[in-house]
Design a protein around this ligand. Structure first.
Ligand code: SF4
Length: 220
């Protein structure tokens, strides 16, 4: 195999670990997380900056083998921005082929069209409070199905009002599940919950379960 071919079968991985899924539809399930290195965005609240640059190259076969070694059904491929490495698409398909329930956490800034249809995609919509709202890729929205989720991380009342308007502007209610999550340390969770209830907003409120259990630490 040429060096180029070898590169096509590898990914740069920041960490692989076993924890409880803290967010989205599979929340609470024991899950293996595969965190890929690198992200082209710089959200002001980012809690995985350690994944921007650090990581080692691993063969895809070795990654699937390591995931299998944990003996759990759910796998979440995350980052960073996992789709920034094109081989991520191949990994997702290999994990589906191996029989795992696979989810992908992505920033919403990159094309999701080629992601294996068996994968549950959790796609961020970046609010103004993230300082990356200009990166939202609305071309992804028509591709979303009931298997997928759109996630808004709300930092303030301004973010909340913006998100409500954004949902309507892009015809998003009903297309897939919509998650509103308070920005950790920036948005009091109960305040966001009260706003959602007062507005009868048909979105799903969520807290990051892993941070309630363990705090803001890597590898959990
Ligand atoms: S997209 Fe995710 S990993 Fe990238 S900067 Fe934003 S929060 Fe951090």
């Amino acid at each position: 195999m040429t060096e180029a071919n070898l590169k096509r079968e590898r990914l740069r991985i920041n960490e692989i670990f076993h924890s409880l899924q803290g967010e989205a539809d599979a929340v609470g399930y024991p899950t293996v997380f595969v965190r890929l290195t690198g992200c082209p965005l710089r959200c002001q609240y980012c809690d995985t900056e350690y994944a921007f640059h650090a990581g080692d190259w691993h063969d895809l076969d070795a990654i699937v083998e390591r995931v299998s070694s944990f003996g759990t059904r759910h796998v979440c491929v995350t980052g960073g921005e996992p789709l920034a490495q094109p081989n991520c698409l191949t990994l997702l398909t290999r994990l589906c082929d191996a029989g795992f329930e696979v989810s992908l956490e992505t920033s919403g800034a990159l094309d999701i069209a080629e992601v294996d249809a068996r994968v549950s995609r959790v796609v961020d919509v970046k609010t103004p409070g993230s300082r990356e709202a200009a990166r939202n890729r609305s071309e992804n929205f028509p591709l979303l199905t009931q298997r997928d989720q759109l996630k808004f991380v709300i930092c303030s009342r301004e973010d909340y009002d913006w998100s409500k308007a954004y949902l309507q502007e892009h015809g998003l209610p009903g297309r897939c599940q919509v998650l509103f999550s308070p920005s950790y340390t920036q948005m009091p969770p109960a305040t966001l919950a009260e706003w959602i209830l007062a507005d009868r907003l048909q979105v799903r409120f969520q807290l990051q379960l892993h941070k309630i259990l363990w705090g803001d630490v890597p590898g959990k």
